[in-house]
Design a protein around this ligand. Structure first.
Ligand code: NAI
Ligand code: MG
Length: 481
């Protein structure tokens, strides 16, 4: 049982929303789970004003960075102490298996640990200007960081941005996703447990069109981080530009793995399991295209089809232990969209090797799906499905594999599976993407910078590189004589 009505968290208080309430459903059966307060533009104003007051008051910004870092780390400790509660709620609202929800909460805690540790590493430098001057740089927080959060990893994406923003001394306003805003709103508790002053972290739910747009175009925010679709990203960037607000955009992808005949195919199958079926494929950096060398095509398709068929699909609450299973998709809209894209691929000449259908039961389930005979011109090879749907293409050699991989407006991640170092290096240099995986999809971590080329967005999250999203450089020059 979870509480039936969830409020917004503004200036340290839990408050109703000016736009009323919205139902949050349970993707495992479509039932109503709870209601959430819906913020309107005035609530956004209140949250931004609270963040401004906290920033001006300056408690966090003026702390010695090690102390600031400890506060951020405590938020992560709180998540770990309450891991089961966070994961239970996240499972219910998002549809993901409980064990995946646990991984998300642990991953969220890891961001607080990592950025807490980085707080005292943000150092300026001294620039020599000759005898008559003493010159140095400092990094000041931007002020108010606005975070518009997607529904695929609601807690983890919030943690990623908020941890870096707080570690560098900013205040935050978070707009949670309509589909699964509940678990992330518990971060308000973590903020209080860690001793953040009121207003330093504000969390509100609202529709994209009302609260999201009001936040993105707010004249008093200093920075915005958005993760989601290309269309919405463009709208956010335009709104931000109207006030010269810097933005970081992470807009998904159509990322490809290239497989050469010398690859360890069992190892590849393990990467396919995670690459396209983790979180039911609702991952911006999913391995949504698999480009197989013609010599190992049939054998590999057989193995990945068996993998897809081995996954048991059903309610996340019943899938408690790590295993060969998958949960529901986040919403009926997303599930139906993915199912329709598979049907359209079949019409365009692709073969459904397995899956492609919704399950014959309530809830937003889609079978793990492998689509073969996909050609680069097909819609399914070009557009993001954002579901458990793998498109398989064929190549003749590493060059043609790379050119198919690069035939995309996106450029988030990419990968190659081969034992041949020359081929791996060639792919690493030539794949147009912000991150290249060699022999393991998702190789990397919180420590490694993440972000896209092309329409996958701009700016980088994760790693030390993301710290610079949240600070502005000030150069100070003394004339000595
Ligand atoms: P979306 O991009 O519309 O929503 C993401 C966030 O933006 C939500 O919090 C939403 O409330 C907010 N938003 C919506 N309109 C806004 C506006 N005008 N101004 C400011 N904020 C706004 O994505 P949606 O509709 O949920 O999913 C559609 C597709 O987007 C998916 O099928 C997938 O392809 C892609 N997507 C990619 C994600 C990623 O991780 N890169 C995450 C979520 C969706
Ligand atoms: Mg839901």
């Amino acid at each position: 049982m979870i509480k039936s009505y969830w409020q917004n968290y503004i200036n340290g208080s839990y408050v109703d929303g000016g736009a009323g309430r919205m139902v949050v459903d349970n993707p495992a059966d479509g039932s109503q789970l709870a209601e959430v307060a819906l913020a309107n533009a005035r609530d956004v104003d209140a949250a931004v004003a609270a963040a401004r007051a906290a920033h001006e008051q300056g408690y966090l910004r003026k702390l010695r960075p090690v102390e600031r870092g400890r506060i951020v780390r405590k938020m992560g400790d709180y998540l770990l102490e309450h891991k089961e509660r966070f994961a239970d709620i996240l499972t219910l609202e998002s549809g993901k298996p409980y064990w995946e929800a646990v991984i998300e909460i642990e991953g969220s805690a890891r961001y607080f640990e990592y950025y807490g540790n980085q707080a005292e590493t943000v150092e300026g430098k001294s620039i020599p200007l000759g005898d008559a001057y003493f010159d140095f740089t400092t990094y000041e927080p931007l002020g108010i960081s606005a975070q518009i959060i997607p529904w695929n990893y609601p807690v983890e994406m919030t943690a990623r941005g908020v941890a870096a923003a707080l570690a560098t001394g900013n205040a935050c306003v978070v707009k949670s996703p309509e589909q699964d805003p509940l678990a992330l709103s518990l971060l308000g508790e973590a903020a209080e447990a860690a001793g953040l002053p009121k207003g330093q972290l504000n969390i509100l739910c609202g529709t994209g069109i009302e609260a999201g747009a009001a936040l993105a175009g707010h004249p008093d925010i200093d920075q915005i981080v958005f993760t989601g679709s290309v269309g919405t990203g463009i709208a956010v960037a335009k709104a931000a530009a109207s006030h010269v607000t810097p933005a970081v955009l992470e807009l998904g992808g159509k990322s490809a793995a290239i497989v050469m005949p010398d690859a360890d195919i069992d190892n590849l199958v393990e990467s396919v399991r995670w690459g396209i079926f983790f979180n039911a494929g609702q991952v911006c950096s999913a391995m949504s295209r698999l480009i197989l060398h013609k010599d190992i095509h049939d054998e590999t398709v057989e193995k990945i089809t068996a993998l897809a068929d081995s996954l048991s699909v059903g309610p996340g609450t019943e899938r408690r232990e790590f295993g060969a299973n998958m949960g529901a998709m986040v919403s009926e809209v997303q599930r139906d969209r993915a199912e329709n894209m598979v049907a359209e691929a079949a019409q365009q000449g692709a073969t459904i090797a397995t899956g492609g259908h919704k399950l014959n039961r309530p809830g937003w389930f889609l079978e793990p799906t492998i689509v073969t005979d996909v050609t680069p011109d097909m819609t399914i090879a070009r557009e993001e499905v954002f579901g458990p749907v793998l498109s398989v293409l064929k190549c003749d050699d590493v060059e043609s594999g790379i050119s198919i991989a690069n035939d995309s407006e996106y450029g988030l991640v990419g990968g190659i599976f081969t034992q041949d170092v020359d081929k791996a290096n060639k792919a690493a240099q030539q794949i147009r993407a912000g991150q290249v995986f060699i022999n393991e999809w998702f190789a990397g971590g919180v420590e490694t910078p993440f972000g896209g080329f092309g329409k996958s967005g701009y700016g980088r999250e994760k790693g030390r590189e993301a710290l610079w999203n949240y600070v502005q450089t000030k150069n100070i020059a003394y004339r000595l004589r």
